[in-house]
Design a protein. Structure first.
Length: 187
């Protein structure tokens, strides 16, 4: 019987503890904190200016009238054009093509400078173009086109070698460049 009393007293204690531990009613809500509040939106900034052309842009010069001077040490006439678009990257993986207006027929036809190889010599260097000839060709007009390596590897140009591109006439090269860059009507 003693065990039964202990069991009843234990049950009474456990029952009282369970009843007294039940959840009570919720208290009133406290004030909102500052951590979760949202602030006001700031004003929009002004638009920035457009950037310069990237390395995938084809560049071409204006038509420059050449003015040759006689170099007595080399016994030839020379002219040098400053061409900042000719960078080391262009020399390493791009292409520079020079064009002149037809110097014999006076037709105004644009031809690749390579058609006059053996008569006019052109070398492209870092930021410069050196032109030389055995004759004074002052007054002819010259233009150069700079094609970065990224354009040369585009699907428009990847069917041609650099040598084939260099030998293209001005009309063909400008049409291919317009297709490769998505532009039309280059000068």
């Amino acid at each position: 019987m003693k065990t039964l009393k202990l069991l009843l007293i234990g049950s009474l204690v456990i029952s009282t503890a369970i009843i007294s531990c039940s959840k009570g009613s919720a208290g009133p809500q406290g004030p909102a904190g500052t951590n979760g509040s949202s602030g006001t939106n700031g004003t929009n900034g002004t638009n920035g200016t457009n950037g310069t052309n990237g390395t995938d842009s084809v560049l071409y010069s204006a038509w420059d009238t050449l003015s040759f001077t006689f170099d007595s040490t080399a016994s030839q006439y020379t002219d040098t054009i400053q061409a900042s678009a000719i960078t080391q990257g262009i020399l390493d993986s791009g292409l520079v093509i020079g064009y002149v207006k037809d110097i014999y027929g006076n037709t105004g036809t644009t031809v690749d400078i390579m058609q006059y190889s053996g008569f006019i010599f052109v070398t492209y260097g870092l930021g410069t173009i050196n032109i030389s000839s055995g004759a004074d060709l002052s007054g002819i007009t010259f233009r150069y086109v700079v094609i970065p390596g990224a354009i040369l590897t585009s699907s428009t140009f990847n069917h041609y070698s650099k040598q084939q591109i260099k030998q293209m006439d001005y009309s063909t090269i400008t049409k291919l460049l317009d297709t490769a860059t998505g532009k039309s009507g280059t000068n």
